[in-house]
Write a protein that binds this ligand. Structure first.
Ligand code: NI
Length: 136
């Protein structure tokens, strides 16, 4: 029996979407308000889902306390109240779009899980805009 279990988390962070190798005008055309040189913030909502077999001894797919601690260490402590472009090394040269943030989160959490578990990251940048990454 494969079951998907999920945990929600939250962080606030600032970012700016732009490419250093593009002119301000081109960045403005592509990224609009998100190219504001003074940065802007989002209230990110994160859903981390783990799919796997139910352990016959514990009845768990994964101990939620373990998952909670991984999310705290890898995402909340690393990203919350940070300027992603300036303070988070993964985005020093990577545009911190919701897509790229989801991939970075996936790559940070996946090695902390048992290899047999399937990970899915859903990241809401706004209540209406969200992205999902499953490692493909
Ligand atoms: Ni933004």
């Amino acid at each position: 029996m494969m079951v998907k279990v999920s945990r929600k988390a939250h962080f606030n962070a600032a970012h700016r979407l732009y490419r250093k190798d593009w002119s301000y005008e081109k960045n403005d055309e592509i990224f609009g308000k998100c190219n504001n040189p003074n940065f802007h913030g989002h209230n990110y909502e994160l859903i981390v889902s783990v799919t796997g077999e139910i352990d016959q001894e514990t009845g768990y797919v994964i101990d939620m306390k373990v998952l909670k601690d991984i999310i705290k260490d890898e995402v909340e402590d690393a990203f919350d109240h940070k300027n992603l472009n300036v303070e988070v090394p993964e985005f020093s040269t990577l545009n911190p779009t919701a897509e790229n943030i989801a991939v970075v989160i996936y790559n940070k959490i996946k090695p902390k899980l048992e290899a047999s578990l399937v990970l899915e990251i859903t990241l809401y940048e706004t209540p209406r805009n969200f992205v999902t990454y499953t490692g493909n």
